[in-house]
Design a protein around this ligand. Sequence first.
Ligand SMILES: [Zn+2]
Length: 205
Amino acid sequence: MGHKYPAEKPRGYAQLEVDARGVRRALGFDLTGKLPGLKIFESLGNYSVSLRGAQIQLSYAVEELEPGIEAEARFERDCGEIVVCLTPLTYEQLEQDYPRSRFSVFHEIGHAVLHPAELIGLSRKPRDQAALQRVSYGHLLPYQDAEWQANTFAASLAMPALGLEQLLRERRLQVSEVMHSFCVSQQSAEIRIKTFLARKDTLCR
Ligand SMILES: [Zn+2]
């Protein structure tokens, strides 16, 4: 998903922080440090999401996607799984810790974890039709938009509030330090630091 799209549930910063922390915990990663991109991607098979009483298994794949798309999450009707898919190039760049590829993967993990119902809905429609329906969603508030949710989730997954709090305590909460510690772009670090400082009490709870 790449455009505004209404999420079934509204989710704000605090909820998305909890969601991202839950994924780290469920997959056995620490709650404060840099997430190993390739390792989390390849451990997605150990995660399932619950939807209306049913468990939906996640999985991962590497394959060519439509031009311009680096990564996607989709519901596979054949196996009933949500697959997070990367192009071979994105996979290679993830292996080399490119911040952009890391962010793409975390964004798609966000869709997989947060939006199973939406992905199932999209899987029932032809692609062009699903795209057409996006046109009228300009009125969405950020926390209702699946794309905003996935981006915010990705930032929380990459730069957990508990990790930023540690840097703050050590007086090291600077853009360059965050870029280096969590392997993120300058822009991601800047936005995240602002978000964090404005709500650190709720985010660290
Ligand atoms: Zn998306």
